[in-house]
Design a protein around this ligand. Structure first.
Ligand SMILES: [Zn+2]
Length: 534
């Protein structure tokens, strides 16, 4: 019997943590950051205490109480004595690895807690994006996926508060690439992998192929809102177990998802663990519609255009790049996007070369540009004339599409866009109260600077009831979701035709029970911390 235990992603979107056990062999399928539960306890200024290591996430239930698999440099003295009688406590002497489906933190974030001896299996693009995101961002200790600051001397006995200060010695994790010939990686790609963003060597980093895994694995590329996404197949004593990760059938790489359905179906799998983010939707906006609608909206716009789309969605960035070319504007991207594009190009030569691409500029944040980080200084050296500042945009507003998100909106005082400038919203609507508050703020900013929002959800207040957010009818079609809609998900399930289907990453897993009743598939709903035997 193969056991599947679900520690996250049950009745919630994201935070997937699934333990697969076949006798003494064990794998985790993703090990994501549990945003929903995290937000119930924490906010920007109330965070788990980095200095408390594993204590806070274990005590709050963000991390399953599994002794033996987490970094011992994060163990405070006597830690495990406190957790040995909590529900779901187990001691695991080892796990063979974690199969990571893509580099979104709700799937990858908590890998930060694993011992560095536990290898991460992923596509090359996922590994490189995980590093690029960490290099160019401010990853807290609970989101350091690719490398981390080792606290103290690495032994619980040596744990001291002062030893928890960040050092510049960063320990890299072992990534095993599922889809790349290591020999085929360019020298620049290897160099990128081996150095910190400050260009210091990382400690004992190793990049290997995936053949060393004790399981026979299959890695299937799929389409999602981040490049490099894959689904996994694991051959077990009970037959093949397939894990979808996040996917869709309406993006630029839909063919890869179709191929996954076909190939996984051929394995006659015992079980399919399938995502269900958008089970409630009946249709999709396609990525190519976003281009058409974006072009229509931006063509003839006067003044500045700001495009707000999800970070790391390279497909969307390229969609807006095409709109920029076709409207005679330049796409002004932030340094972190430039860093990501440059990283992606190390693996995929069809990604545009910023140096050669006439329609790309790199916008530097007004205040940060005064003392840039080393990695931004390096971008400046490499792309000199492409770097622009607020004054460059101000003097030629109608020549740019600026790629900002809500979190960059505090740049507007430096930009002071002309009244009537456009804010194109190409991202998802609010999903919780905190995001609703952010949307009210965004509306306030646009109102204050007399900018016109397009595609932006507007609040519909209902008497005494929860307010609803809706995009005005005539402004829809500027965002394509990263997730398949209900009918497409049923197509995936029916096409792969497992004996057992286990829904995950969904607030409405019942959808599968209701819609697959007569199809011969046995739908089994997971519970938090519960085990399903297949
Ligand atoms: Zn995702």
């Amino acid at each position: 019997m193969v056991k599947l235990t679900f520690y996250g992603g049950v009745n919630e979107i994201g935070g997937n943590k699934i333990l697969l056990e076949d006798g003494e062999q064990r794998l985790f399928l993703d090990f994501g950051f549990p945003y929903k539960r995290h937000k119930q306890f924490y906010e920007e200024y109330l965070k788990p205490r980095g200095g408390a290591g594993l204590l806070d996430p274990l005590a709050i239930g963000l991390l399953p109480p599994l002794e033996g698999i987490y970094r011992d440099d994060l163990e405070t003295p006597g830690l495990w004595e406190q957790f040995r009688d909590v529900p779901f406590y187990r001691k695991l002497d080892h796990i063979d690895g974690v199969l990571l489906t893509h580099a979104h933190l709700d799937h990858s974030g908590h890998i930060a807690f694993f011992k560095d001896s536990i290898p991460v299996y992923s596509t090359a693009v996922t590994a490189f994006i995980a590093k690029a995101v960490q290099d160019s961002g401010k990853a807290d200790f609970d989101q350091q996926v690719c490398y981390f600051d080792r606290k103290g001397p690495g032994k619980p006995a040596g744990w001291k508060q002062e030893a928890l200060l960040t050092t510049d010695k960063k320990q890299q994790r072992q990534f095993c690439l599922a889809d790349a010939e290591l020999k085929a990686l360019s020298e620049d790609a290897v160099k990128f992998w081996l150095k910190s963003p400050g260009q210091k060597p990382l400690i004992s980093c190793s990049l290997t192929g995936h053949s060393g895994c004790s399981f026979n694995l299959r890695c299937f590329p799929v389409d999602h809102s981040i490049p490099g996404a894959c689904a996994w197949g694991i051959e077990t004593g009970s037959g093949w177990v397939i894990y979808s990760g996040d996917l869709r059938l309406h993006g630029k790489r839909e063919e890869s998802t179709r191929k996954f359905i076909e190939e996984a179906g051929k394995l006659r799998p015992r079980a399919l663990i399938l995502e269900g983010t958008n089970v409630d939707r009946t249709t999709n906006v396609f990525e190519r519609d976003v281009y058409d609608n974006g072009l229509k909206t931006i063509k003839g716009a006067a003044g500045l255009v700001i495009a707000d789309f999800p970070p790391r969605d390279v497909s969307r960035l390229l969609t807006f790049l095409q709109v920029a070319r076709d409207t005679g504007r330049k796409l002004a991207i932030l340094p972190r996007d430039a860093y990501l594009l440059k990283t992606m190009r190390l693996l995929e030569p069809e990604i545009p070369d910023i140096a050669q691409e006439g329609s790309i500029a790199i916008y530097q944040d007004t205040i940060a540009s005064k003392s840039p980080n080393v990695w931004v200084q390096n971008l400046c050296k490499e792309y000199g004339s492409k770097m622009i500042l607020a004054e460059d945009v101000r003097s030629a507003e109608d020549k740019f599409i600026l790629c900002f998100s809500f979190w960059d909106i505090n740049e507007l005082p430096s930009l002071r866009p002309k009244p009537g400038s456009l804010y194109v919203f190409s991202s998802s609507e609010p999903h919780d109260e905190e995001q609703e508050i952010d949307f009210r703020r965004l509306h306030k900013w646009l109102e204050h600077f007399k900018m016109r929002g397009v595609g932006l959800p507007v609040e519909k207040k209902k008497n005494g009831e929860k307010s609803e957010w809706e995009i005005p009818e005539e402004e829809r079609g500027l965002h394509a979701s990263g997730h398949a809609c209900g009918p497409d998900l049923l197509e995936v399930a029916r096409g792969i035709k497992p004996e057992v289907l286990i829904p995950i990453h969904s607030e409405h897993p019942d959808f599968y029970v209701e819609n697959l009743r007569s199809s011969g598939l046995d739908v089994v709903l997971p519970t938090v911390g519960g085990t399903i035997e297949v």
